[in-house]
Design a protein around this ligand. Structure first.
Ligand code: NAG
Ligand code: NAG
Ligand code: NAG
Ligand code: NAG
Ligand code: NAG
Ligand code: NAG
Ligand code: NAG
Ligand code: NAG
Ligand code: NAG
Ligand code: NAG
Length: 613
């Protein structure tokens, strides 16, 4: 097997095997944090569970279940690759039943991968929450034209994910032409305890790992307990089974998404309750590990600085890139309380949120560890005269929608109802597919002490993005986030910074500037030069309209994020009227813009729009 193997793990010990035969485990991940003793009740529960899963999985390709009673209850799932026949699945599970218990002797939890099936068990209820990217395998050969290869591979895996996530089997496989002679074959699959949304998030997180684990390789696998993907230059799956569109006999999908199934995964982290299970341990990083990863927090590794502290780039010993936020805070919270909160925030999983991987609270240090995103933040593109050209109208639309979904998730779909309070272009990170991910969410909850409604004695946002009631009275609510979102949307459409000043009669902040143009019936003038010609006037006007609705001075007039998402995704939803600027006298939105001017006043030339091709 011409593959190398790398294991990426946080604080779990691991055993590895490279099996040659199809019925030997290809890799095993043992959770050595908790052990059982020989001949204990747990051991017998585990034995019963493995044998029952092994016998029930082949019929449909998947089974999950439990055995025993707390504290000796074991949770497990068994799954076969989606293209495998019940007969082959049964053969695979015959090996599982024979060998699995010996894979991690004494350990309460394990993930055991075979070529065509895998088994996952634990003493904790993990159903519905996902584990991604536990193992990476890659081919040693490199593709010829790497940029083209990556583009096609990314498109293929992303398309497969869109098909797999809402499907009953959480599986899809397919191919794309690379050259005249070569195809790329890909396969993605999730376990069926995941909702469509979690499946999507799980696979996307694995896809985003490919650039650093397997960049340009002519084949790779990324394996996680809850989802896995593989691509090769030859057909490695049963093409006819993969194409089979109607798999009957399967249990119904647990997902209940109110949005249309494909493409618009509504937010909603899956199932698992926050009570009872304390995941904190698995999230804990050791201070020494992080010092090593960031070269003792050297300036060389500094990525940036934000309201809550400095961010450093780090490399774990297994090669995984991370971003470490070193918080400056004198929050009065106790470590126990903080630990609890961090593990709640870490459970927020959404494709438009930066993933919080863990934390370290040790020796006066408060550190948060995030996934590393190579393409930096939105402001680096938006406000750069050359890079802004890369942000086509389609990309901007996608970015706006992604941010809206992420924020909706924070406000309404996560259990925590988080108000971000510092949404701005530099807090939007971009992954390699230019998908937006909101950073720094939950920090206010962790370190700011305030409840979701109420007054804050410390104004913590960024001028220009802050709602007037927040600036003036310290009032925060989801509607103050909606305001910031509106400002951000208008920045994305216009390519102009909200903290600059515009116009000359009199000079004013971005919002008032746009508002005046809107009132004056000439809003299209404000469009970013970089996108003129590439979009339809109607589409642009609709976005500006939505942006203005979000920045209305009265918080009650602003739409909720769920309505924003609806307005953005549907072209038929009619939009409420924007309160005209002339009728608005209550507050000065312009105070924010004038207080901090970071660049010279400009009034860019106006542009006429060419119709969309
Ligand atoms: C569990 O057992 C393994 C050996 O299988 C050992 O290395 C590990 O330290 C044990 N863990 C605990 C928490 O006792
Ligand atoms: C467990 O049970 C087996 C057979 O019943 C016995 O041979 C073995 O000594 C027992 N082990 C322990 C640690 O009690
Ligand atoms: C399987 O997982 C689903 C989804 O999380 C859960 O609702 C269900 O109870 C599990 N089934 C069993 C038998 O535990
Ligand atoms: C493939 O590329 C990687 C890094 O890009 C390089 O380290 C490796 O040697 C290359 N392999 C071959 C066979 O050229
Ligand atoms: C992905 O799907 C889109 C839309 O169906 C299609 O245009 C594109 O060619 C597909 N890309 C790949 C790589 O399969
Ligand atoms: C491939 O799948 C088809 C349809 O499920 C099945 O009839 C065929 O036997 C499978 N072939 C292999 C080699 O498993
Ligand atoms: C699914 O969601 C809809 C709307 O949110 C709700 O009316 C329905 O009862 C839900 N179904 C289940 C099975 O939870
Ligand atoms: C980090 O600091 C420790 C002592 O505090 C030192 O031993 C080590 O060499 C430093 N490492 C780097 C990469 O600077
Ligand atoms: C985004 O990151 C990827 C991978 O690092 C890189 O290839 C790509 O050029 C970046 N995109 C832009 C627009 O910088
Ligand atoms: C609005 O701002 C202007 C000039 O900055 C000021 O004269 C006026 O009093 C302000 N109005 C309110 C209601 O604060």
């Amino acid at each position: 097997m011409a593959s190398l193997l790398l294991c990426s793990l946080m604080l779990t010990m691991v055993s590895l095997f490279l099996g040659s035969a199809a019925d030997a485990p290809i890799c095993i991940l043992c959770n050595r944090n908790r052990n059982y003793t020989s001949n204990s009740t747990y051991q017998s529960s585990l034995g019963r569970l493995i044998s029952s899963l092994s016998s029930s999985a082949p019929a449909t390709g998947f089974a999950n279940g439990t055995a025993g009673e707390v504290p000796d209850r074991v949770y497990g799932l068994a799954i076969c690759r989606g293209d495998v026949s019940p007969t082959r699945c049964a053969e695979c599970f015959a090996s599982v039943a024979r060998d699995a218990a010996a894979g991690c002797p004494g350990n309460k939890g394990a993930t055991i991968f075979y070529d065509l099936c895998h088994l996952l068990y634990s003493d904790q209820d993990f159903f519905g929450s996902y584990k991604a990217s536990e193992f990476f395998f890659w081919n040693t050969r490199n593709a010829s034209d790497v940029p083209t290869f990556n583009r096609l591979l990314g498109g293929l895996l992303s398309n497969l994910t869109i098909l797999a996530a809402p499907s009953e089997r959480r599986f899809s496989a397919g191919s794309v032409d690379f050259t005249n002679f070569e195809k790329i074959y890909g396969l993605v699959q999730c376990t069926r305890d995941l909702t469509a949304e979690s499946c999507d998030a799980c696979l996307r997180s694995e896809i985003s790992d490919i650039p650093w684990c397997c960049d340009g390789r002519k084949g790779a696998r990324v394996l996680g307990g809850s989802c896995h993907l593989r691509y090769e230059m030859s057909p490695f799956f049963n093409v006819s089974a993969a194409a089979d569109p109607q798999p009957p006999r399967l249990p119904p999908v647990p997902a209940n998404t109110s949005m249309p199934p494909a493409r618009t995964p509504a937010a909603g982290v899956a199932g698992r309750s926050e009570n009872g299970v304390n995941q904190a341990d698995s999230l804990q990083f050791d201070l020494e590990t992080l010092k090593l990863a960031t070269m003792n927090f050297s300036d060389q590794n500094k990525l940036g600085e934000g309201g809550f502290g400095v961010v450093y780039k780090g490399v774990l010993s297994d090669g995984q890139l991370i971003a470490v936020k070193r918080l400056v805070t004198n929050s009065g919270q106790g470590i126990g309380e903080l630990t609890n909160e961090v593990s709640l925030v870490a459970k927020l999983q959404h494709r438009n949120l930066v993933r919080l991987m863990g934390y370290c609270l040790q020796a006066e240090e408060k550190l948060l560890v995030y996934e590393f995103l190579p393409n930096k933040s939105l402001d680096k593109f938006l406000f750069d005269p050359f890079k802004s050209m890369e942000l086509t109208w389609e990309k901007r639309v996608k970015i706006i929608e992604g941010i809206a979904r992420g924020l909706l998730y924070l406000h309404e779909d996560s259990r925590l109802k988080i108000i971000h309070r510092d949404l701005k272009a530099s807090n939007i990170l971009l992954d390699e597919g230019m998908n937006p991910k909101i950073a720094d969410f939950g920090l206010a909850r962790l370190f700011g002490n305030e409840q979701s409604y109420g007054n804050t004695n410390r104004i913590a946002g960024t001028f220009g993005y802050m709602a007037p009631e927040y600036v003036m009275k310290g009032q925060i609510s989801t509607k103050s986030d909606v305001y910031s979102f509106g400002v951000l949307l208008l920045e994305i459409v216009t390519g102009r910074k909200c903290v600059s000043i515009y116009g000359s009669n009199p000079p004013t902040d971005l919002i008032t500037f746009i508002w005046r143009r809107w009132d004056g019936g000439n809003p299209i003038q404000v469009l970013d030069k970089a996108i003129v010609g590439g979009c339809s006037t109607e589409e642009v006007l609709r976005r500006i309209h939505i942006g203005l609705l979000c920045v209305q001075p009265d918080p009650l007039e602003r739409p909720s994020m769920s309505f924003v998402v609806l307005m953005l995704s549907s072209h038929s939803t009619s939009l409420p009227k924007v309160v005209p600027l002339s009728s608005f006298t209550g507050m000065n939105t312009s105070t924010s813009g004038d207080t901090r001017v970071t660049s010279t006043p400009i009034d860019r030339p106006s542009h006429s729009l060419a119709p969309k091709k």
